[in-house]
Design a protein around this ligand. Structure first.
Ligand code: PEP
Length: 249
């Protein structure tokens, strides 16, 4: 772990029912979570209100997506204003499932980030390469291009956490080695130093995501530039998520 406060987010994706989420919340409420960690969970939109009303204040709420501007005539979308009304503090943007399954493009994601920040939400900004891009030696280029789209759009990096999530490691059980993750985190920091500022590069938290679980989190957390995790599958199990939250201590 680095010098910034450790940050662990649980992305519940499109999973759960009222009952299963009530059980997960009760497991999280009774889990022992180290004090010096920011802990955030991202329920599906339709359960945010239920979760906010039942989860400990120790855990903040994130949305998994948000509309690109002010709410209005945008059928099926959820606005940043509505997320704030429900008590959300964060939004995940640029997740690979939205980039590669839904087809969201860099500049659209950048605009979403700028709007969410302008309204006071924190942004968990996801980047990461496909397997074929890694195999073609393009990992850094892909990450830099995705970073640039955020950099071109946002006025400040104060309220942003970067999540490096290699697409080949998401939901596949194939975790990046601690060295593979560390190498990209250093590259991201260097890019920020050269293209934004040395201050942002040293302060920003860069978290890793991709098949993190209770068994592999401790080794990853030892890496100097891994400031936390974004967790999918393992965040649906309260005790395992707590192990990941506590992995840096
Ligand atoms: C994610 O989707 O952000 C993620 C990291 O998923 P998983 O942990 O299931 O690979």
């Amino acid at each position: 772990a680095g010098t910034g406060k450790f940050f662990v987010g649980g992305n519940w994706k499109c999973n759960g029912t009222k009952d299963s989420i009530s059980k997960l919340v009760s497991d999280l409420n009774s889990a022992k979570l180290e004090a010096d960690v920011d802990v955030v969970v991202a329920p599906p939109f339709v359960y945010i209100d239920q979760v906010k009303g039942s989860i400990t204040d120790r855990i903040e709420i994130s949305a998994q997506n948000s509309w690109v501007g002010k709410g209005g005539a945008f059928t099926g979308e959820i606005s940043v204003e509505q997320l704030k009304d429900l008590g959300c503090k964060w939004v995940i943007l640029g997740h690979s499932e939205r980039r590669h399954i839904i087809g969201e493009k860099d500049d659209f994601i950048g605009k979403k980030a700028a709007y969410a920040l302008s309204e006071g939400l924190g942004v968990i900004a996801c980047i990461g390469e496909l397997l074929e891009e890694r195999e073609a030696g393009k990992t850094f280029d892909v990450c830099y291009q995705q970073l640039k789209a955020f950099a071109d759009a946002v006025p400040s990096w104060d309220n942003i956490v970067i999540a490096y999530e290699p697409v080949w490691a998401i939901g596949t059980g194939k975790v990046a080695t601690p060295q593979q993750a560390q190498e990209v985190h250093v590259a991201v920091r260097d890019w920020l130093k050269n293209n934004v500022s040395a201050e942002v590069a040293s302060k920003i938290r860069i978290i890793y995501g991709g098949s993190v679980n209770g068994g592999n989190c401790a080794e990853l957390a030892k890496q100097e530039d891994i400031d936390g995790f974004l967790v999918g599958g393992a965040s649906l199990k309260g005790p395992e998520f707590a192990t990941i939250v506590n992995s840096a201590t």
